[in-house]
Ligand binder design. Structure first.
Ligand code: BGC
Length: 251
């Protein structure tokens, strides 16, 4: 099995690495380029193109490149975009990228990608029942699995709670913006996850995103019925999951 390039498009950085799909981990160095200030599809495609160029000599011609976007991706179309330029809205992003990058690409929601990596290789490996994976970064990404099968494009970060978009209060971005201590942020997280718990009665929550490396500072402060564990692949999950999705896409 060849290594596959995974690229994770986020609110602050666009990151790529070759992924060893047997190990479920990076096969080499990660390259990170800041997300362009005007994060239009064209500007992001330019950065994605630079990352592909950097790994060009390692790419297998027959395997697509996996690219995540921080938005739902419905049959290649991004119907709505929360945290990047609004020029993405209703774009056939898969078609757009294939044309600009002149290479087969598979586009996938970033949380779905991260969750696939956790199910294949990480904290939720082999877990039956209902698993909800949440990523906390600029936004709040969510993915639901039942018996290992993903329900794509769940957007539970945008549940309305206390009259506001939950993401605006519980993302890692909100914690930084409002300079909240982990104790204060955990109160919000507890309320949010408690709400999600009462809607889905999951068997497991997995908490991902960069913030998950500090899980000891907030997971013990939560009062949930559902077992909750930190992601194992942390901020590598998006890239690993993108590569996995590309390698496993229907031809
Ligand atoms: C988007 C999701 C995405 C999440 C994490 C949310 O604002 O709507 O699609 O998964 O941010 O980037």
């Amino acid at each position: 099995m060849h290594d596959v390039l995974g690229i994770d498009v986020g609110g602050s950085g666009i990151k790529g690495a070759m992924v060893d799909l047997e190990a479920g981990d990076f096969a080499g160095e990660r390259l990170r380029i800041p997300t362009p200030k005007r994060s239009t599809p064209a500007a992001c495609a330019d950065v994605i193109g630079r990352i592909i160029d950097a790994f060009a000599d390692q790419l297998d011609a027959d395997t697509p490149v996996g690219v995540t976007v921080p938005a739902p991706v419905v049959r290649g179309v991004v119907p709505w975009m929360a945290n990047l330029d609004k020029g993405w809205t209703d774009l056939d992003a898969a078609g757009f990228m294939a044309k600009r990058l002149k290479r087969p690409t598979v586009l996938i929601n970033d949380a779905d990608a991260a969750a696939l990596a956790e199910i294949q290789y990480g904290a939720a490996k082999g877990q039956m029942g209902t698993v909800i994976v949440l990523t906390f970064g600029t936004g709040v990404g969510t993915a639901i699995f039942h018996n290992g099968v993903l329900v794509p494009n769940c957007e539970l970060g945008h549940i309305e709670l206390d009259g506001v978009d939950a993401e605006s209060r519980v993302s890692a971005g909100a914690r930084e913006r409002e300079e909240l201590s982990y104790e204060k942020w955990a109160v919000r997280l507890d309320r949010y996850l408690g709400f999600v718990e009462r809607l889905f009665w999951p068997d497991l929550f997995v908490i991902g995103g960069g913030i998950s490396k500090n899980h000891k500072q907030f997971l013990p402060l939560l009062h949930l019925r559902t077992p909750i564990v930190p992601a194992q692949l942390r901020n590598r999950a998006g890239i690993v999951g993108a590569a996995w999705a590309a390698a496993n896409a229907d031809a």
